[in-house]
Design a protein around this ligand. Structure first.
Ligand SMILES: Nc1nc2c(c(=O)[nH]1)N[C@H]1C(S)=C(S)[C@@H](COP(=O)(O)O)O[C@H]1N2
Ligand SMILES: [Mo]
Length: 523
């Protein structure tokens, strides 16, 4: 009999509310993992918080963790985060039972912390904060509902002999709800885990790949990289390379299952497997990829060292018929691009790429094999996860973006961009340098000119170009900069004598035109 007031009292006051908090967090964490799997695989709340802790931990703490847990240090970290989270969850449950809505507020703060951790990761995806936000919302809702179902107040049972029975029923009912929340959380987490199984398996396969040495290597000439702070690096690191595609989830393609079929208007249909491709002599080439959706001054452009095999050679084996004029490349996910046949047959480095900046292609850049074609916008040439090349005619079929209002052909337009100074940045008059990049892939850039306000055009200094297939850096020593606000404008001159088009045109249907300008405060 004394049991009722002796043990059930504290249990009701602390253990059950804490249980409500813990169950809510289990539910929220499950929702977080599932939404991460669907929306932003790199932004699982646990992973981003763990990654942030690893980044901010002092070296001695890392050494101590490795000393204690060895190679299980990361697992130990995740377990540690889980324990801290459980403690916070217990506190939130008690708080919510006594002083609502402070338990909800505490969960909200944890969610905000997760979102900040996610959005500050290098290369954070656009939806990075979504998993933490959804996890917090789910946990808050669960907490509110569970606290409402806590067994009725302790006093009732103390004075009533039948109360113990009622309270027992209430208690079991509450534990049923709490258990349900945990089970739902576990199912959500398991679902997320299952959804990512393919991706995980493929990334393990990718990590184990050692690409063959290039038969011919590409070199960056001295004087190509100006090394100016704020200027886009000459070679874009993979993690910073823009990503554009229609794939909601990145396709997981196992190289062992990959093959490319060349068919259509050819004498001989051919198929090549991953092993066969890697056994061919692979060349390095440096090519600047650009997106047709890149606005004037935009960032949808990047330059990489690619490793691959010339498509020209494979086409020669298949032997296209004389009336063919287009190759429709197809991705494993159905995306298609229409590339003029002659572009894939001339001597440019139009390749089936397997390597990007010394690594196998990153999954989101087309692992295991993609096309790279100097001179054409990505939407008509750079098919990622490519599995099929159909030799055909422009008047017989059309590609993904052509069916949606974009031009069937997409040669990259002569263009230039100012990187330094940034828009609105203030610079001092005695050290004013203007710098940027210019490109006209497979044609080449002959010069860059800069205009201050509406003054005359002045010649900028071009860095050494890697080749006509890449962007080139430029700089202009602004020695007569006067204090005040100025507009700086840039234009490029093509190696074919063309001048960059100044008339502004949007990106549809075949790429933007117009000159990039920035406003600068000189002091
Ligand atoms: N499978 C597939 N490949 C694709 C696309 C796509 O949507 N799906 N987009 C193309 C476009 S529009 C561009 S600009 C380039 C971008 O390549 P990146 O993401 O490696 O920078 O890929 C091209 N290849
Ligand atoms: Mo694009």
């Amino acid at each position: 009999m004394p049991e009722t007031s002796g043990s059930a009292g504290p249990a009701r006051r602390l253990v059950l509310p804490a249980t409500a908090g813990a169950a809510s967090v289990a539910f929220g964490a499950g929702v977080g993992e599932l939404s991460a799997a669907v929306l932003a695989p790199a932004s699982s709340p646990f992973v981003v918080v763990g990654a942030l802790l690893i980044d901010v931990a002092p070296p001695w703490a890392k050494d101590a963790a490795i000393g204690l847990f060895g190679t299980a240090d990361k697992a130990a970290l995740l377990v540690g985060i889980g324990l801290v989270l459980l403690a916070v969850a217990g506190a939130a449950g008690v708080l919510e039972a006594r002083r609502p809505p402070w338990g909800q507020v505490l969960f909200g703060l944890v969610g905000v912390a997760g979102a900040i951790a996610a959005s500050t990761r290098a290369n954070a995806p656009m939806l990075a904060i979504a998993p933490s936000a959804l996890a917090a919302i789910a946990a808050v809702v669960a907490l509110r509902l569970l606290v409402m179902r806590l067994p009725s107040r302790v006093e009732v049972t103390r004075h009533s002999s039948t109360g113990e029975g009622d309270a027992g029923v209430d208690r079991r009912r509450f534990l049923g709800w709490a258990g349900g929340a945990v089970v739902l959380g576990a199912i959500a987490a398991a679902g997320g885990y299952a959804l990512q199984a393919g991706t995980r398996a493929i990334s393990a396969v990718r990590d184990a790949i050692i690409l063959p040495k290039a038969a011919t290597t590409a070199t960056v000439p001295a004087g190509a990289e100006l090394g100016i702070d704020g200027l886009a690096p000459l070679i874009t690191p993979n993690g910073e390379f823009y990503r554009i595609d229609t794939a909601l989830a990145v396709p997981a393609v196992d190289p062992a299952d990959w093959s490319l079929r060349i068919h259509g208007m050819v004498e001989r249909e051919i198929t090549i497997t991953w092993d066969e491709l890697l056994a061919l002599p692979l060349d390095e080439s440096i090519t600047t990829l650009a997106c047709v959706s890149n606005e004037v001054g935009g960032e949808l452009i990047g330059n990489a060292v690619w490793l691959g095999y010339p498509i020209r050679e494979l086409l020669a084996r298949a032997s296209p018929t004389p009336d063919a004029d287009m190759v429709l490349s197809r991705s494993v996910d159905g995306f298609t691009a229409s590339t003029p046949l002659e572009v894939l047959q001339d001597d440019r480095a139009a390749i089936l790429a397997v390597g990007m900046n010394g690594e196998p292609l990153p999954a989101e850049h087309g692992f295991p094999v993609r096309m790279v074609v100097p001179g054409l916008y990505g939407y008509v040439s750079a098919t990622k996860w490519v599995v099929d090349l159909e030799v055909t005619r422009f008047d017989a079929t059309s590609a993904y973006w052509t069916d949606r209002g974009w031009s069937e052909r997409g040669p990259i337009k002569l263009s230039s961009r100012i990187d330094v100074p940034r828009r609105g940045q203030s610079v001092s008059a005695d050290a004013a340098v203007i710098a940027g990049v210019a490109w006209h892939q497979h044609v080449g850039v002959d010069g860059v000119e800069v205009q201050i306000d509406d003054g005359e055009w002045r010649e900028a200094e071009l860095a050494t170009a890697i080749s006509d297939d890449t962007w080139v850096q430029w700089r202009y020593e602004w020695s007569d900069a006067a204090a005040g606000t100025h507009t700086v404008r840039v234009r490029a001159l093509g190696a074919d004598g063309e001048m960059q088009i100044a008339d502004r045109q949007g990106v549809v249907p075949d790429g933007a035109t117009g000159l990039h300008e920035v406003t600068v405060d000189v002091s």
